[in-house]
Design a protein around this ligand. Sequence first.
Ligand code: SF4
Length: 332
Amino acid sequence: MTTDILAQAREQVLEQGIGLTQEQTLAVLQLPDESIPDILALAHEVRMRWCGPEVEVEGIVSLKTGGCPEDCHFCSQSGLFSSPVRSVWLDIPTLVDAALQTAASGASEFCIVAAVRGPDDRLMKQLREGVKAIKAAVDINVAASLGILTPQQVEDLVDMGIHRYNHNLETSRSFFPKVVTTHTWEERMVTLELVRDSGMEVCCGGIVGLGESDEQRAEFAAQLASLSPHEVPLNFLNPRPGTPFADVPLMEANEALKTIGAFRLALPKTILRFAGGREITLGDLGTREGLLGGINAVIVGNYLTTLGRPVTSDLDLLSELKMPVKALSDSL
Ligand code: SF4
């Protein structure tokens, strides 16, 4: 079985650049743990062949933290749970300072995030001023993640010069109602289609280890692939106190590694980004294994509500692995 599906993947994904189907992704996810080195080695070859050795580095900053009206059960920024994250707004000088620090770390991407269902006029105005100030101060690509958008807001973001928009599907369509009840998977998809049609790059991923089955994980990979996103951020659940998923057990490291490899084989040409939860799920060793198993982008520094690894330890690891940081000029 191992040889069957991995031999098929070698021919189809590595040689032809055609991602695994849902059924094939499931077959990889269900391989025994002994196959993990082979899965990761193939995923790494695929990443090197179709994306190259460069690693895209991104910093994120939260323009508005906490107090979100939605109920995504993994998220400590929801105002509906007893999570210890309070609602905070960032001012423009702090935003510019964060962009400067991100650029100084060598990152080419700076993503401005807000914990909202979708932006209101106040947020759009603040974003416009913030992006203008950042662009005047530093050379860096500015991305945004502001939830569900109207067609007019999509146009406004294009006008501001936002080059990539993040909106995660979070999980498979079939599992979504167990994770979020205040909006639907389909509503998220409508925003993603608007973004894709606008010409902005689509960044769409999600979070694994929520209690979804292998079948649902494979379904999720296929649904992401159908969007042809430019980037897929992959988060691993880091159960936050006070959220409905506080007691969900951590994903096993082996399962996380298999997921990384399988997602790379389903999405051979996409930027696959290590996002939140990798430290707690995989530790330092896992970060290395992920980068040698299909991952080609990282978020440096802190995440929105949890601490990440120090920037320098990520950059040191990339230099040790001889993976160059993608330069800004390459990504424009
Ligand atoms: S994931 Fe986003 S939309 Fe969901 S509760 Fe958190 S901040 Fe709100």
